[in-house]
Design a protein around this ligand. Structure first.
Ligand SMILES: [Zn+2]
Length: 165
């Protein structure tokens, strides 16, 4: 265990922390947009400003009640929120995200000039939206890297969090 964290560990650990802001009970995703090792935007999955769970559902699918009664029509993904929250021009930046992007976010990131994607989980790997995302990123030359939990130096992070308890 080294005594400080690398840039990759720094940004991905932040993405995990940011994901904890999400109120989605089944999937919490965090994203950090970075250019030259400076953070230019962050985001997590959630409903648009002014929309909350008193009016919109977090359900993935409700038997027989259809798409309108799931979260899918209403939620903004972490990557999209990060792009919308940027404090400066995003062209040429990279993104650290806790889950591999879907096709909708891949399109937004390509148009936003994201040149590299680093992700942690690819639990939806076989799902069409993620197959399409990989194709979009590959064709447009966006570099895609996977980090694993073992790459994060979690023992150092956890030990240091404990010093504040
Ligand atoms: Zn997405």
């Amino acid at each position: 265990m080294t005594q400080n964290i690398s840039w990759d560990q720094y940004f991905m650990s932040l993405a995990i922390l940011i994901s904890l802001r999400s109120k989605d009970p089944s999937s919490k995703v965090g994203a950090v947009l970075v250019r030259e090792n400076k953070i230019i935007g962050t985001g997590y999955n959630g409903f648009p400003t002014g929309c909350d769970e008193s009016q919109f559902p977090w359900e993935r699918d409700v038997d027989g009640e259809g798409w309108l009664n799931t979260k899918y029509p209403y939620v903004i993904h972490a990557e999209a929120n990060a792009l919308l929250n940027t404090v400066t021009e995003s062209n040429g930046c990279e993104i650290f995200v806790t889950l591999h992007p879907c096709n909708e976010c891949a399109k937004l990131m390509i148009q936003g000039g994201v040149k590299r994607v680093t992700y942690l989980s690819d639990k939806h790997k076989g799902v069409d939206a993620f197959v399409a995302a990989r194709k979009l990123l590959e064709v447009t030359g966006v570099e895609v890297r996977k980090m694993d939990a073992g790459d994060l130096n979690l023992p150092l992070i956890v030990d240091n969090f404990k010093t504040y308890s």
